[in-house]
Design a protein around this ligand. Sequence first.
Ligand code: ADP
Ligand code: ZN
Length: 431
Amino acid sequence: MYWDPEVETLTPEKLRDLQLQRLQATVARASQSPFYRERLREAGLQPQDIRSLEDVRRLPYTTKDDLRARGPDFLTVPTERLVRLHASSGTTGQATVIYYTRADIEAWAELVARSMYMTGVRPGDVFQNMMGYGLFTGGLGFHYGGERLGCLTIPAGAGNSRRQVQLMQQFRTTVLHIIPSYALYLLNVFAEMGVDPRDLPLRIAFIGAEPHTEDMRRRIEAAYGLKAYNSYGLSEMNGPGVAFECPEQNGMHVWEDAFLLEVVDPNTLEPLPPGVVGELVFTNLTREGMPLIRYRTRDLASYEDTPCPCGRAMRRISRIQGRTDDMIIIKGVNIFPMQIEKVLMALPEVHTNYLVELSRRDYNDIMTVKVEVKESFFKEDLKYLTGLKKRLTEALKSELLVTPVVELVEPNTLPVSEGKALRIVDRRQET
Ligand code: ADP
Ligand code: ZN
């Protein structure tokens, strides 16, 4: 049941000891990069000043802007030792570039294999990897993990929907890696082709790369007839395989032997107790080529340190609630796209997609929520649809405290992405 029993069953105390040892080694290594040499000097710190895990708080933070501005200055090895680079998807601006040594690629593949194994994937499984191959880490990261575990790995890549279904049929795919919004969209293609995914031998899916709600997961599980596990990672910390759900499906275990986790208030940067949502901050504990210290992810979640029935001491983080830079402020109220998704995906009438548009009229912010409605409901009479629209508006208002304009649209008419879904279009600057 464990891929790496020695590490996965460490007691909390032993895990902390290992983390401290690795943190000390990481700081010593990082201090050889031009960026951290400078930062540590400014902070008046030497690697030997790190004597306990709490001492991590004396170290400076690293931000996405630091990586953008100083990329190669983070390297601790000569370029001849680098074997690959990846870049973030650039969801929130210019992409950041991460370099890997051979040992980094191998350590990463191990973590992904460990994550997959935890959910029950075994050699002999047929693994269809439906993530973009290329600079994005989701494709190659899982590809190497699947091979390392011993799966027959299909490098399907993103998009090409009909072909995806054909591959599943032809090779009897049992395990998928797929972006959750695309998984819902793909159901339309299954329907068009007259194939019911529940008739295929699919049993496990990894869904990640973008925020999604519990209802979204349950919808995917029901429609495909499989178990869907939340998978979290970011290119700055390798890529996928940073935190992953175990069979309990109750929070994602952070692989704390490889990443030191902190959850801080994004404004005051003070550490937060379990259960309180804040920004995730990670320090690499095993990265060779480009170790990052206290990287501010901008991802919002809380952590739990209660024991998990699966026996792993690694702490669990909640579902990602959003990114600090996803937050929209409308009429002075803070809103995250996931709040909207939570309301919509709980309603059986709602089809697979939605889009939020922000505009401005006479100095007033207007939030329009376009919602696809399932065919069977869309065919109902006007009175029914007016009632549905009203119910949706009320439900959104009570969650968001702002009254949106709800527009019901026909199924499969809103734009879909092969990669991360675009949920918000802000046109407020255009008017
Ligand atoms: P970008 O920040 O440009 O999207 P990446 O391709 O490295 O760069 O994607 C990492 C980001 O994707 C994370 O920081 C997080 O915001 C999001 N993400 C990844 N996995 C999940 C997940 N399981 N749930 C929610 N968000 C996720
Ligand atoms: Zn567990």
